[in-house]
Design a protein. Structure first.
Length: 251
């Protein structure tokens, strides 16, 4: 019963929009972020909210040097943070903003007080419970056809070591199964607009590990496509913009 109650709670569009926005910005606490990523695995419809927020905030993306291995971020001007605050908090007036800060401070104080006194009242319950280690998604492409929008997602994870990065299919459970057969997945270079094959959709469905060169090519891709077969000129079945999510978690 608690799982059903939680599931219904996360169907709220307002709550989903707020959590998706804070996930893209990287402002969620570690525990909440892991909980949200667990929900994403069971309900891919979350990716639609995340994709919308990424496009909404894309104009705020700081400049990066793509030629360096480590990204050096420039400190954004104050008006950027004001815009982010207005977008995520939905401020209507200074009075509402002040009330919201007081409410937040009260909740944080209550939580802190609970953490401090809980071991004194329930010493036998202070156990270190293991937390599932969930790797955040680095790149996302919501794949749509002419008939169905957001049919499934292609998600890419950066590995800790070269050769451990991978791309896989994340299905939308509300949609029909994707017909794979001879379908081929491609990535379009952002600069040259040329198509480069990744692998068959069947292999990516089973998790496809990427070489260092393939990962760099994916990072510089503007969109991902699924064609009918290995011929790049064959019919395009699905396509979606390749969106970077990891950069927002670093802000």
């Amino acid at each position: 019963m608690p799982d059903r109650i939680i599931s219904r709670r996360y169907q709220s569009l307002e709550l989903r929009d707020k959590l998706a926005g804070e996930y893209v910005l990287g402002t969620l606490t570690l525990r909440v972020r892991r909980r949200l990523e667990t929900l994403m695995k069971s309900d891919p419809s979350w990716w639609k909210h995340i994709d919308e927020w990424q496009h909404h905030l894309s104009k705020l993306n700081p400049a990066t040097d793509l030629l360096t291995a480590q990204m050096q971020w420039r400190k954004p001007p104050k008006q950027v943070w004001k815009y982010i605050a207005a977008s995520t908090l939905g401020m209507k007036s200074k009075q509402n903003q002040l009330s919201r800060w007081w409410l937040t401070a009260y909740i944080m104080f209550a939580l802190l007080l609970g953490i401090v006194i809980r071991p004194l009242i329930f010493p036998s319950l202070t156990l270190d419970l293991p937390i599932a280690q969930i790797r955040p998604v680095n790149y996302l492409a919501m794949m749509s056809s002419n008939a169905q929008k957001d049919h499934f997602a292609l998600v890419a994870y950066q590995g800790e070591k070269p050769g451990q990065s991978n791309i896989r299919v994340q299905y939308n459970l509300r949609m029909d199964k994707v017909a794979m057969s001879n379908a081929m997945v491609w990535m379009r270079d952002r600069d040259s607009q040329q198509l480069r094959p990744i692998d068959s959709l069947i292999n990516i469905h089973q998790t496809r590990y990427l070489s260092v060169e393939e990962w760099q090519a994916l990072k510089n891709s503007s969109e991902l496509l699924v064609t009918e077969n290995r011929d790049p000129k064959s019919s395009v079945l699905y396509r979606g913009s390749c969106v970077e999510l990891s950069s927002w978690n670093s802000i």
